[in-house]
Design a protein around this ligand. Structure first.
Ligand code: ADP
Ligand code: MG
Length: 330
């Protein structure tokens, strides 16, 4: 059976043109671009908690890295370097090869070098640290929104949660939706280009990992104001269904719930001044990524998010942002 160093060599040590020194020494060495700040984020994925142990390792490899890159995107940072630490219960080379394939595909897509890591034996888990660069004062933080700012979200939040509901048999999606939703769940596309385009425009930003309402709540909390979301302004998932596909009341209800409270989309939710809405429209066209104006920040209790139906009546939604040690967020 190959040892630790053989495995690292075989699967994880690749050329690292953007580092001074890559895997193989006690530390990697990187030279930050002069004048830039480093944005650093870590996420751990544990088998049985964040993914099923029998998850396709190629998808897991992609997603493990993508969720970290998404945090860089949400800060408006340019992804540069990552480290990869993992524990494996046994050496399964087919699993490792497939994981590495997905992982390095994502690294290539987003232009990051894998500069080091740690490989140990233990219950299956993967921990990634991603490092990006952003100019001073340009980072998109959570605490900059003000009452009166508009609230925007990119793409089609809810697809990943619908995909999960489909895989778990809680809903049967029309065929066209199945592909879109399962792909959104398994192969999220971090919105790096959007994050970069929002620098100097967005007053606050977050990536939607726990659900739109929960994550918008984090912006509201940090920005010390409240948020009003208008149901009528949410993107219509119905448009995704091909002609002749069913979109009944049941599916509509589940789709709306996924859109507002489902996690794992990795779209960006951000706030901006009303005077910048035309510029945002231009950015959406340039990136070929829809941006939806879904509400506005309002004066009110910090962190409160209210959803309004077309009549202006508040609608209740459980905000099930995930807390590993406690209750769902309220
Ligand atoms: P140390 O004992 O000094 O911590 P290790 O023996 O853990 O070093 O790792 C040897 C080298 O291989 C280090 O440069 C480390 O960054 C790299 N490395 C270990 N595991 C991985 C991995 N999964 N992916 C990329 N590089 C790795
Ligand atoms: Mg080590």
């Amino acid at each position: 059976m190959p040892g630790e160093f053989t495995l690292i060599e075989r699967y994880f040590a690749r050329p690292t043109p953007s580092a001074v020194l890559g895997p193989g020494d006690d530390c990697a060495l990187v030279q930050p671009t002069p004048g830039q700040q480093l944005a650093i984020t870590t996420d751990m994925l544990v088998a049985g908690v964040h993914f099923l142990p029998d998850t396709d390792p190629k998808n897991l490899g992609w997603k493990a890295l993508a969720v970290n890159i998404s945090d860089l995107a949400a800060m408006g940072a340019t992804p540069r370097w990552v480290t990869l630490a993992g524990a494996l219960p046994t050496v399964d080379e087919a699993w490792l090869a497939s994981f590495a394939e997905g992982f390095f595909a994502c690294a290539k897509e987003y232009g990051v070098d894998v500069i080091g890591g740690d490989t140990t034996k233990g219950p299956l888990n993967v921990c990634i640290t991603a490092i990006g660069e952003v100019a001073p004062t340009q980072a998109l933080r959570r605490d900059g929104a003000q009452a009166g700012d508009q609230i925007w979200v990119s793409g089609r939040p809810g697809l990943a949660a619908l995909g999960l509901a489909h895989l778990q048999g809680r809903v049967t999606l029309p065929p066209l939706w199945q592909r879109l939703c399962v792909s959104a769940l398994e192969k999220p596309r971090p919105r790096v280009r959007l994050g970069l385009a929002l620098k100097g425009l967005a007053t606050a930003a977050i990536d939607v990992s726990d659900g739109l309402l929960a994550d918008l709540g984090h912006i509201a909390e940090r920005s010390n104001c409240a948020a009003a979301v208008r149901l009528v302004q949410l993107p219509h998932l119905k448009d995704l269904a091909g002609s002749g596909e069913t979109y009944d009341a049941d599916l509509r209800r589940i789709a709306l719930d996924c859109q507002l409270t489902g996690g794992d989309d990795y779209e960006l939710c951000f706030t901006a001044r009303g005077s910048d809405s035309l510029t945002l429209g231009r950015i959406a066209a340039e990136l070929e990524l829809p941006l939806w104006l879904i509400g506005e920040m309002v004066a009110g209790p910090a962190g409160k998010v209210t959803v309004f139906d077309p009549d202006g009546t508040p609608v209740e939604f459980a905000r099930k942002g995930y807390d590993h040690f406690g209750q769902a967020d309220t």
